[in-house]
Ligand binder design. Structure first.
Ligand code: GAP
Length: 505
């Protein structure tokens, strides 16, 4: 489904609303509605379960959003958490200079994709990999993209703002709004939001809203290690809000100013970090597939431009409706953060290794995923328009949200066949009461049964349980599967167990 339709579906079905909509909204800030909060909570539960519950050596933490201002000096965010900003003098629009260049590359990539699609239609036994590695035009464009990306990566890591501007001029990139190439110089823009502690104004009391949850984990490293008596390697996981004053906030919940991260810092012996980096790369990729993302919509993308704290970094990219973009980052952060905090706080952040009988600062491998981006990935992967047979066997179109049952907002809907038959509504409410303590369920008696099925399809409910006249005779209900549309009769007494197996299985 196209991106616009996904956004309007989110509003219509109570997944996501623009923040402060009645005041015309607040840019890049969103509220989650009744179905959205369920889906988001389920994503968080699924992540927590797979990271914390399933790993004996990973424990949880919930650190405060506000931290001592020195935290951000130590982590490098005060000095280096910048994006290069550029304004177009005619439209007065502001852009991230690197994103203008990345968008230019994406346009070239789109041309290659188009050529591949065309060739696919021409040949029956089409070999895409072969075509991409031999077709002259594709190779030429690929070379151009690689050159542009390499020059951008170098300018970004050298902090060479002049060359970034020069590259925009060389590529003749125009402002998408005014069409002009009348650009200001490129300037650095710090992404952290700041506020004041108490009522005293001054640099000393400047607080920042955390731009990543990771630092709450680093400063608590020894508290957690000592209180849980964990031995290396072990991890600390955390879910929480992060804030970034993004220059260009576009693409709905993909790039927000207030968002949620699910991060895990895995502390390891120095020298073993690359082994764990590879382990977490693979483990996290499998996690995405376990929630139903097809392998062809996922890919690794090594960072061209390493962050100040990393010695290796890779993104798991997902194919969103606007192209392959970062969904999760896996970073080998070395001992940078712990060492920095040690220096600025004057407190030791070292691990005593009983086997080696020595103290050292551990190295860290981080997995960091945005909960909101995961939400968008699940919606854009799952939301589909399908042609299916209706009750009379005629073809009809339905909008269906194919979510993994474990993250679906409601697990099942209980539907009496008819609304105005008290014996049916009473039996249905009894079934609903039996299930509601175990699953998030819905009870719906309004409209014809077909329309009720469609409503549940649109919010991703995997099972609909229908109570009909036969139920009153045989204590059985009909369970309809959202994806296969198959229906089976099940005894009410075994319904809960059957749904549990289907959902948890
Ligand atoms: N602690 C490492 C860190 O924060 P990052 O790559 O800057 O690394 C990690 O962010 C993840 O957080 C990203 O992969 C993305 O899913 C999410 N994220 C980052 N900025 C975001 C934004 N403005 N809106 C929504 N999600 C964002």
């Amino acid at each position: 489904m196209d991106f616009k339709s996904i956004i309007s579906h989110c509003k219509e079905y109570g997944f996501i609303f623009q923040s402060s909509e009645i005041y015309d909204g607040l840019s890049a800030v969103y509220d989650y509605g009744p179905n959205g909060v369920e889906l988001k909570n389920n994503i968080k539960k699924y992540w927590w379960k797979s990271m914390v519950q399933m790993h004996q050596n990973i424990v949880g933490l919930d650190a405060a959003i506000f931290m001592h201002p020195k935290t951000w000096k130590a982590s490098g965010h005060v000095d280096a958490f910048n994006d290069p900003l550029i304004d177009n003098k005619d439209s007065k629009k502001r852009y991230r200079a690197d994103v203008l260049i990345e968008d230019y590359i994406a346009k070239i990539e789109a041309k290659n994709d188009k050529d591949v699609e065309k060739a696919k239609k021409r040949f029956d036994d089409f070999d895409e990999a072969m075509f991409r590695s031999t077709n002259g035009r594709i190779l030429e464009r690929q070379k151009k993209m690689d050159e542009i990306a390499a020059r951008l990566a170098k300018a970004m890591s050298d902090g060479d703002l002049e060359d970034i501007k020069k590259q925009i001029e060389d590529l003749e990139i125009a402002c998408p709004v005014s069409g002009s190439k009348n650009w200001t110089d490129v300037r650095q823009f710090n992404l952290m939001f700041s506020t004041q502690l108490g009522n005293i104004a001054g640099e000393e009391d400047k607080l920042y809203l955390r731009p990543e949850t990771a630092q709450g984990i680093f400063v608590n490293f020894l508290n957690v290690q000592k209180s849980t008596r964990q031995k290396l390697p072990f991890g600390i996981a955390q879910i929480g809000k992060a804030f970034r004053n993004e220059i260009v906030a576009r693409q709905f919940i993909f790039r927000m100013r207030e968002f949620e991260q699910m991060e895990m810092q895995f502390f390891v012996q120095p020298g073993t970090e690359m082994k764990w980096y590879d382990y977490w790369k693979e483990t996290r990729m499998q996690w995405h597939q376990s929630l139903g993302s097809p392998i062809e919509k996922l890919r690794f993308h090594d960072h061209d431009n390493l962050a100040h704290y990393a010695n290796a970094a890779v993104d798991i990219q997902f194919q969103f409706p606007f192209g392959f973009k970062e969904l999760e980052g896996i970073h080998s952060r070395t001992d940078f953060d712990l060492t920095q905090h040690q220096e600025l706080s004057g407190k030791k952040l070292q691990y005593f290794d009983p086997e080696k009988n020595e103290n050292y600062v551990p190295f860290v491998v981080e997995t960091s995923i945005g909960c909101d981006r995961m939400f968008l990935a699940m919606l854009s992967n799952g939301l589909q328009e399908e042609t299916v047979p209706d009750a009379k066997g005629n073809e009809s179109t339905r909008t269906v949200l194919k979510l993994h049952p474990q993250i679906a907002p409601s697990k099942c809907a209980v539907l009496p066949l008819l609304k105005n038959k008290e014996e049916l509504t009473k039996a249905a409410k009894d079934v609903y009461d039996k299930l509601k303590g175990s699953f998030n369920c819905q009870y719906d008696e309004k409209d014809a049964i077909g329309r009720r099925y469609r409503r549940q399809d649109a919010i991703g409910t995997p099972y609909c349980v229908t109570i009909d006249f036969e139920t009153l005779e045989d204590d059985c209900v009909t369970v309809r599967d959202r994806d296969t549309l198959t229906q089976e009769r099940v005894k009410i007494d075994s319904l809960k167990g059957m749904l549990f197996n289907k959902i948890e299985g």
